[in-house]
Write a protein that binds this ligand. Structure first.
Ligand code: TMP
Ligand code: ASP
Length: 254
């Protein structure tokens, strides 16, 4: 499958609708379509740590494009429509469900911190967790009862999100395995389109995934994701570029 992102083109921007920590969303002439612009800004720990990762916006736009295309090819629908420049993509407008859906294949990050599970322990079956997408509250971990109490999603929607997240995990885990990268965990966001269908939104990139290079067992050396920024491991740009290079190579292979 060879589907390179489109080269940089001059892009007309409509009204700015929303600026997040890593992306800006603009309106287009079609209310059902939005333009996403990927920034180089990086934050961690609920924006307590701020910085820039040079060309991150370009790299994440390209990686997200390849991965959205891969999911689409596997029959999993996403909001992605077209990549129009090196930092911009057109996406379907979604009514975002205020849940961050995290899938974990190996223990890392907050799971280790909160439970004492050792870093790298395989989780079988994979965990699917729901966090409240609410910066003011620090995106807390939710329970099924809390999701119900807050009326964030219906029972049926929660089942759909869990099923979609696990299906996406299967496709991405297999894809990254072909890149000799272990998909440790990742965060997804979903929304409802104008037809009432739940689609994957946001991005899939080293900002939102933990990715470990299988070429080394070294605990710091294997990290190819935003943990390099979170933990001040250095070589952040090089790690993101390495992921992109591997994703491109794997996408052009089959
Ligand atoms: P965590 O271990 O810190 O809970 O993170 C789990 C996964 O979710 C990891 O791949 C990083 C990703 N993530 C985000 O994309 N955004 C966030 O705000 C957080 C906290 C994690
Ligand atoms: N994106 C999050 C933030 O700044 C945290 C993270 O990715 O670690 O707040």
């Amino acid at each position: 499958m060879t589907m390179a992102p489109a080269p940089s083109t001059s892009q007309s921007f409509g009204k700015k609708l929303y600026e997040g920590k890593a992306k800006i969303i603009y309106a287009t002439d079609d209310p059902a379509v939005l333009l996403t612009y990927f920034k180089d800004d990086a934050t961690a720990f609920n924006a307590q740590k701020k910085g820039q990762i040079v060309d991150k916006g370009k790299i994440n736009c390209a990686i997200s494009t390849y991965l959205f295309q891969r999911l689409t090819a596997a029959g999993l629908e996403t909001h992605w429509l077209e990549t129009t420049g090196d930092r911009t993509m057109l996406v379907k407008a979604l009514d975002i469900i205020p849940l961050e859906v995290v899938v974990r294949n190996l223990a890392a990050g907050s799971l280790c911190k909160q439970t004492g599970l050792p870093l790298g322990q395989r989780l079988e079956p994979s965990l699917v967790e729901f966090y409240y997408k609410n910066d003011a509250l620090g995106d807390p971990l939710l329970t099924g009862d809390r999701i119900r109490a807050l009326a964030l999603a219906s029972e049926e929607q929660i089942d759909t999100l869990r099923r979609l997240a696990l299906n996406i995990n299967q496709v991405l885990t297999d894809f990254f395995m072909g890149c000799a990268i272990t998909l440790v965990d990742f965060k997804l966001e979903f929304g409802i389109d104008t037809q009432g269908q739940i689609l994957l939104g946001d991005e899939i990139s080293p900002d939102t995934c933990r990715l470990w290079d299988q070429a080394t067992d070294d605990e710091a050396g294997r990290v190819l994701d935003k943990d390099r920024f979170r933990q001040d491991l250095g070589q952040v740009e090089a790690a993101y570029q390495r992921v992109l290079d591997k994703v491109v190579a794997q996408s052009t292979k089959n």
